[in-house]
Design a protein around this ligand. Sequence first.
Ligand SMILES: O=C(O)CCC(=O)C(=O)O
Ligand SMILES: [Fe+2]
Length: 200
Amino acid sequence: MWREGNSHFCEWMNEYAKLLGELDRMTKRMVFESYGVDMERCDCFIESSNYLLRCLKYRAPQMDEEIFGLQSHTDLTLISVVHQLNNLNGLEIKLKDGEWTGVDASPSMFVVMAGDALNVWSNGKIRPCEHRVIMNAKQTRYSTGLFSFYSKVMEIPEELVNEQHPLRYKPTFGHYDYLSFLDKEKIKEFYPRIQAYCGI
Ligand SMILES: O=C(O)CCC(=O)C(=O)O
Ligand SMILES: [Fe+2]
């Protein structure tokens, strides 16, 4: 809830946060449905999600500064919903073939990306989305991100484990514990870090 400042802004911000949250929940329902996981467990999964809404400001790079607003990374989240605000491109996503592709900044374009925790939930089937921010224009860039985290110990659905896809992760993934682990261990690359935390 946004309590400070102008009440119209607060109202607008609450509606905006609800919209981003709805995109997150729609995605979770789609994922459950498309992987044939019992939909009755989806509500519980959604109820066990916590959210962090961040507004991000990227200063225009100076003459001699590098153009990376954010280096290539995957998020530590279940799902991230990113919205580029001031019609300034910058977000780039790595495709399966290794090519980078830019996402057009437009008020109606929301980018939904899988993070590390969704990889664990899916027993490794959903790859976290590698992305970065490039600052080509000499302008300040604004974006928002709604980041979701899982508050319970992750249960990998039995529908996603079989002989071809044996269990890849120990059933001990705690999202906040994972964040503390990485805070200590400082492992940057997605696969080594998830493997070090709960790999089998
Ligand atoms: O600003 C953006 O477009 C992306 C932000 C992002 O990737 C992050 O905060 O993890
Ligand atoms: Fe990110």
